[in-house]
Structure formats: structure tokens, C-alpha cells
Design a protein around this ligand. Structure first.
Ligand code: AR6
Length: 201
């Protein structure tokens, strides 16, 4: 299935899963390949840094497309609470994006020795879902946090990602999410998700 965006780009939306309770379809899980800044959705998640200072990768793309309002809100958050710890998540509006909100979370910098630090990747997903839920948001898109500049092996990251989202949903059966998207920018990550998704949903 292909989704056309308002800017004329195309997503290769090759997989969708529907999770239902009885007769009612309650949640759609989607795997997409494309640019997260094009999504028309309640909230997109940013792979930020602890200073909320902007940067390259998906962070740079979100600030470029969303305009200065997002950074202005990041500045306020930083001045109020200081730098974020790994796994923390905070929320701003979406600025010029079609997404209403952006959740900024800080993934771990991958380390071959510090496994407990690596495991904080799960906090990124769990804290983002909790925050989105507290805002009453029903659709959320995640990029492949930590798999770019922060060097996390993509397959390990995908396993932790899918595990943490699935655990969150199972332990919050009354959640109100209707759509959860995992969006990959590159074919390698996308095919890893395609291979793994059925184990978790
Ligand atoms: N849409 C979706 N995914 C994207 C996009 C996009 N527009 N652009 C890149 N990706 P990275 P990290 C994918 O480096 O590893 C920043 O400078 C990319 O292919 O963005 O968590 C921050 O400020 C990769 O799979 O984030 C931090 O300092 C994934 O997003 C640091 O990088 C994550 O890559 C965070 O590093």
C-alpha cells in the first residue's frame, strides 16, 4: 500500500496490523519507510540529545520542518528542568509540522560494555507513550531512536523497541491509542521491522 502525502512524497506502507478486542478494532500498528516530518498524526517522536539543542538526523529534520517555535519551547524546558537524562521524554507543540505535537526523547549512546545504559532505550518508548497518553493523544510515530549518530545496532534496537511498546500496551489494556507507527528512514531498518513485527503484535 502506498500513502501519498500533502507534499507529494510517497510512503511505502508495506505492513499494517490490527489489534482488536472482541469485534472492535482498537489499534493499528504500522510500519512505514519515509520521513517522519511528513506525517499527519497526533505526535511524532524526536531522537533528541540531552541538551535539547537540536542536531543532525531526525532531530535536525524535525526542527527544520517545524520551524523555530519548537526550539523556543525546548529552550524553555531546558531552562526549567536542565538537561534531560537518557530515556527522559518531554513534549512541545509541532510548530509548522502537520503533527500536533513532538515528543523529544534522549536515546542511549550505544556502548559495547554498558548494557544497562543500552537498556534505557526502552525508557524512551515507555516514557513517550506515557506522555502521549497523558495528553490524550491517539496516534504516535516513532523513528528508530539511537540507530543513527548514537550507534545502536539496528536489530538490537528494533527488538528493544518492539518489546517495550508491546509490554506497554499489554500492561495498559485501557490505553486509548488507535495508531502506532514505526517509521524507518532506510531500507535496512525497515526490513528488520518487517521481519520482527509478527513476533510482538
Ligand atoms: N525521518 C525518519 N527517520 C529519520 C529521519 C527522518 N527525517 N532522519 C533520520 N532518520 P539519528 P540518534 C533516522 O542520528 O542515533 C542528533 O544529532 C536515521 O536513519 O537521528 O538517536 C541528535 O541531536 C536513524 O535510523 O538519532 C542527537 O545528538 C534514526 O533516525 C543524536 O543525533 C536515528 O538517527 C541522536 O542520535
Amino acid at each position: 500500500m502506498t500513502i501519498n502525502t500533502k507534499r507529494g512524497r510517497q510512503f511505502d506502507s508495506s505492513m499494517q496490523f490490527f489489534i482488536s478486542k472482541g469485534w472492535i478494532e482498537v489499534l493499528r500498528i504500522e510500519l512505514l519507510k519515509g520521513d517522519i516530518t511528513d506525517l499527519d498524526i497526533d505526535v511524532i517522536v524526536n531522537a533528541a540529545n540531552s541538551k535539547l539543542a537540536g542536531g543532525g538526523g531526525v532531530d535536525g529534520a524535525i526542527h527544520r520542518a517545524g520551524g523555530p517555535a519548537i526550539m523556543a519551547e525546548c529552550d524553555t524546558i531546558r531552562s526549567e528542568r536542565g538537561y534531560l537524562a537518557t530515556g527522559d521524554a518531554v513534549i512541545t507543540t509541532g510548530g509548522l509540522l502537520k503533527a500536533r505535537y513532538v515528543i523529544h526523547t534522549v536515546g542511549p549512546i550505544y556502548s559495547e560494555r554498558n548494557h544497562s545504559e543500552n537498556l534505557k532505550l526502552t525508557d524512551c518508548y515507555t516514557n513517550s507513550l506515557k506522555l502521549a497518553q497523558s495528553y490524550g493523544l491517539e496516534s504516535i510515530a516513532f523513528p528508530n531512536i539511537s540507530t543513527g549518530a548514537y550507534g545502536f545496532p539496528p536489530e538490537d534496537a528494533a527488538i528493544l523497541t518492539l518489546e517495550s511498546v508491546s509490554d506497554f500496551l499489554n500492561s495498559n489494556p485501557n490505553h486509548k491509542f488507535e495508531r502506532i507507527l514505526f517509521i524507518s528512514f532506510d531500507s535496512k531498518n525497515h526490513s528488520i521491522y518487517q521481519d520482527l513485527i509478527k513476533k510482538y503484535f
